[in-house]
Design a protein around this ligand. Sequence first.
Ligand code: FES
Length: 94
Amino acid sequence: MLDASRRAGVSIATRCGGKAACFMCKVTVKPGSELQPISDEERRKLAGLDEKGIRLSCQMRVTGRVEVELPPDPLRAAIARQLARQKEQDDELW
Ligand code: FES
């Protein structure tokens, strides 16, 4: 899945280069997506998240049509959290 996303020009953040170590490539798989069954190793690493439809895009093997939801960009997510904290502090002052 990670390779396919890159070929399609969709960026999924990674740090481990696809070795199932960084967990940054998690995606949420939509129902009806065509994938090979999850491996025992990926299932163990996800520790139950796979039951919520979350998979590691570097470990998923696509067999047909697939629809996934990408995680938010880590930098944008950090900025959004900081802005939300700042707004809470500003609201407390006024
Ligand atoms: S790329 Fe690091 S866990 Fe998938």
